[in-house]
Design a protein around this ligand. Sequence first.
Ligand code: SAM
Length: 326
Amino acid sequence: MVDNNNRVINYLRLSVTDKCNLRCIYCMPEEGVEFMPHAEILTYEEMLVIIKLCVQKGIRKLRLTGGEPLIRKGVIDFIKKVSQLDGLQEVTLTTNGVYLKEFAQSLRESGIFRINVSMDTLRPDRFFNITRRDVFDRVWAGIEEAESAGLSPIKINIVIMRGVNDDEILDFARLTYRKPYHVRFIELMPVGDPYRWTPDRFLSAKEVFDKISTLGTIMPVSPDPLDGPARRFALEGSKGEIGLIGALSYHFCENCNRLRLTADGKLRGCLFSDSETDIKEPLRNGANEQYMLKLIEETIQNKPRSHGQAAWQPRKCSRSMNGIGG
Ligand code: SAM
């Protein structure tokens, strides 16, 4: 479906749960996180109904995210059902990788062909400082297991923070010489609890690009129609790719094809806009299909033209990333 700004909306990001087994410093506080009450969380059956309706409205790609999607019980069976839905061309998953070693093979068998793994450092001690959990080896083993299971490409998402992990930009870029991974640098965004965004911690995609350019010739990679917002490049002679996601420094809003469904059943047109459509309550109250489709249609049509964020003047978004589904 086309929105009021002539964008084709074909990509749904679904937060399967707001719970997570890591406590990344830019995303959640160390303690005292309040999660959504169980009764508020969409059941898998409800999610399936909503996804099918979204497919009727033109959604072709689905990404499962969270919180951490692999900690929700029954997620593999759910993925199997989702993968069999007519009309969806692609089902993908974003994970922190903690349970990837256990699940890589069954993910592949249930219809996931490619995954994103969030890993902000290649150093075990720093991994603990960023995530507050000592599971670097598990995550790395999970990535290697995913590679053996034939998941491809494996995208590694790095939230880049000045003074925290920016000294690893070249190490991550060099990884693409050894491994066929797509290494994607994401600008720190003003979402999360506590409010971790500060101008001195922010590092722009352009700075990352300039640093990587010192390694060798960088060639652009042509985009795919179902691509996300990453600008894609490859170092000459490498096996993998580099992606830059300049969420704040350059706006990709004019090409944004996304819709989000939170774990508690709210449809959002934009990560940063607090405007949401409650889709769960009407569903639970027995609304008919036509009414539900109308709600989805209106959310798509009213998708904000731009997230209105600027690197020099960010606004805080009221929900945390794990609540929205990052
Ligand atoms: N648990 C899964 C994971 O770790 O990938 C999925 C959920 S996580 C919220 C999704 C993505 O959002 C991760 O790549 C994470 O690094 C990113 N993220 C969370 N807070 C962020 C922030 N303030 N700025 C930029 N990216 C953020």
